[in-house]
Write a protein of this length. Sequence first.
Length: 498
Amino acid sequence: MGFPNKHCGYYGYRGTEPAMNMKKARTRLKPTLMRRPVIGAATLALATVTPATSLADPWEGGAYIEVGVIHSDNIYLSATDPEEDFLLMLAPGLRYTKDSERFNGTIDYRMEAFRYQDLADSSDISHLLNAELTTTLLRDKFYLDTNANAGQAIVSADAPIVLTNVPITGNRADYFDFTVQPRWEQRIGSVDLEARSAYTNYNFDTEDEIGEADYQIESNFELDNEHLQRGIVWDLRYEHTRATFEGALPYEYQRADFTLGLWVNSALQIFGLYGHETPIDEFLDPSMDSEVWEAGFLYVPSERMRIELAAGERGFGDSYRADINIAGQRSELSLTYDEGPATRASIVAGGSVVDYGPTEGLFDPLGTGDRFLQKLGAFVFTRQMPKSQFQIQLLSDRRENVLTATGPSRADEQYDSAIATYEWDVSARVAIELGAEYLKFEDEVRDGDLKRGRFSVTYGLGARTALTFAIDHIVNNDISFPYVATQVSLVLRRDFSL
């Protein structure tokens, strides 16, 4: 079971793991490189830079096919005149993973084909892709990260909120983005060096020319000795991001900072940071005229607990940052908060600091170059039990100093969500899933809330075959585009090992 996701077609649900992101977190401990899900360039890398002997390592996974019937009592998401319709769904897909000395990656693809009973002209085919591949070009030093995403997302803010591909509103369009990132990592004595540059291309299938040729280049350079985790440690960083959107103003951001830390004991580090960055409230000025400083501490008493808190000041005022992770034998808790510049296009493609919950990208039209200061916080708690799992997620997303693609500013925006999911393996053949979601939103176009509930029961017909019955109910109290809709489905799934 997963949680609602605006990119995932009919189900609107994805896995419980957060989507990976190529953007590296700004933390005192050096994390493993995070990547957004991908394919495209990954295939090219596999075919052109790797000796044939490495290709012998097999990809593990398999394919599946789903056939189902769906009924919606409000196929157009109308506020006053709902219309019902039945539709047939055919959804083949595959998922493969590879973990070898030279390759590490995942390919997850799904096609959804719908045929409406009374609205045959509205039948459609959608493609959903999350794939990633890291290729080792030179052992322990030089890597090539490639990833790609495909799916459907919101086109316009002046239309009803659409969570899946089933309703007919004309407010969802295809998007595709791919990223290629060469990365060099090397230890020279006691100093670690990392240099990387990521090129991301965004393609949005919209009638508006904005978004037809959008791209972003993000470069990072870092020197540090943080791996010592004792005595005095330091970290020198520089990052540069440039985003170009056709028909919109370009966006450029730079930051350089130096961190000095002291390990008081084996578990506690105190640190201070000073640097300069591009003024966040003046996005057309790429200079680094804005000072930034912060002070904080890092507490890591064991592998199951990590707490990092920092406070300081940036060009926009006081700044706060938090990263808390606590894992028990059956429970996990994480709390994150960060502040920094963002653009709508990068959020739609999954480029925000954290990627929990459905608000991320749900209210951001495709292909727009709007930029803003984003204050993003997330809380996730997961409890594992012998035959069940419970998870709750809270997200707060505030955008300030919003500058539109053509120049004029907009009012501040606030999006909050709460999501609860529960799954229970009743027996060897029967599984029940429950999901509840609450969204609260406020911007120049929308003001209101959305409530969603989902129930499903899956019965295993065999080792590779299962039948799922599901009910999905949505109440949208948006003052501009309210609606109530219920979706009932019966889906047969067959898995194949290839």
